[in-house]
Design a protein around this ligand. Structure first.
Ligand SMILES: Nc1ncnc2c1ncn2[C@@H]1O[C@H](COP(=O)(O)OP(=O)(O)OP(=O)(O)O)[C@@H](O)[C@H]1O
Ligand SMILES: [Mg+2]
Length: 275
């Protein structure tokens, strides 16, 4: 197994229970999308899988190891095999795009090479190739603070494409992108993960992208997994139920409002602005 959680929970110091007894397992190379309303615990789950958060209950195994039993050096090596795409990439503003992308491999390079690459980009061609897959091939030497939010988000994705990790964790990776770019960016993440045999877990508010690109959907609500099944077995009724208590419509158009037990992915799904 590439990833597993066993009864994992997370209670914050203020007593708020963000995750409750979550158990799941992903095989190497598997792809799953995590969906659910705001506050459901998607980011919490992804941060636990990425070893950024330690669960307060239950067990976690990442790429075959319990991260919290590892010595510091082993934990660093494990983290270098994990690529994380953040909703707002933590990129220092004055950094150049090329350096931000090359930073993807800093963790796996020897210190001398990592430091040298900050001064003189050691693999500008590799960075350009990753950026080109996200339509940013002409921005290699721009400063990150001259980019739009969506362009910056794509730089964060390019960094992970360049890193070629064994596990890709993406938390709302395309929230700042227009529908066409969002589709292309998720497609690039999926293609890169497939090419490297990497496991991919992404949280997405865009349910249509989850249905289109992921063979497995994990629905979360109030800190719990409410369904975890092959996408073809997820029905529109289940999706409506997942978002129901929000009192809001499903974040996709073209889905009948009446409860239906048809598989959700056989419907033609459109988001606003998407033709
Ligand atoms: N540091 C914290 N202390 C207390 N509660 C927290 C903390 N961080 C998150 N929470 C709570 O944990 C719950 C889950 O948060 P999380 O960020 O995982 O949700 P999410 O599904 O990612 O939501 P969104 O779709 O808005 O990103 C929320 O109710 C949130 O308020
Ligand atoms: Mg979140």
């Amino acid at each position: 197994m590439s990833l597993s959680l066993e009864g994992a929970g997370l209670v914050h110091p203020n007593g708020h229970r963000a995750l409750h007894r979550v158990s799941l397992a992903l095989a190497r190379g598997e792809r799953a999308a995590v969906i659910g309303p705001s506050g459901a615990g998607k980011t919490t789950l992804i941060r636990i899988l990425g070893t950024a958060l330690r669960p307060t209950g239950g067990g976690v195994s990442v790429l075959g190891a319990d991260p919290w039993q590892l010595a510091a050096g082993e934990l660093r090596r494990l983290r270098s095999r994990i690529g994380v795409v953040h909703q707002s990439p933590p990129i220092p503003p004055r950094l150049r795009v090329v350096t931000a992308v090359l930073a993807g491999r800093l963790g796996s390079w020897p210190t001398w090479k990592a430091l040298a690459s900050l001064l003189l980009p050691s693999d500008a061609a590799g960075a350009r190739e990753a950026l080109a897959r996200l339509d940013l091939g002409d921005r290699v030497f721009d400063r990150c603070d001259r980019l739009s939010g969506g362009q910056l988000q794509r730089v964060g994705i390019a960094r992970v494409l360049y890193q070629r990790p064994d596990l890709v964790l993406a938390d709302e990776p395309v929230s700042a992108l227009d529908p066409t770019l969002a589709d292309e960016a998720v497609g690039a993440l999926v293609a890169a993960s497939e090419a490297n045999g990497a496991t991919l877990v992404a949280s997405l508010h865009a349910v249509d992208l989850a249905l289109k690109w992921f063979p497995r959907l994990i629905g979360m609500k109030a800190g719990e997994v409410v369904f975890d099944r092959p996408t073809a077995a997820v029905t529109t009724a289940m999706l409506h139920e997942l978002y129901a208590t929000e009192g809001r419509a499903l974040p996709i158009q073209g889905v009948e409002t009446a409860a239906s037990d048809r598989p959700a992915n056989v419907l033609v799904l459109r988001r606003p602005g998407c033709q």
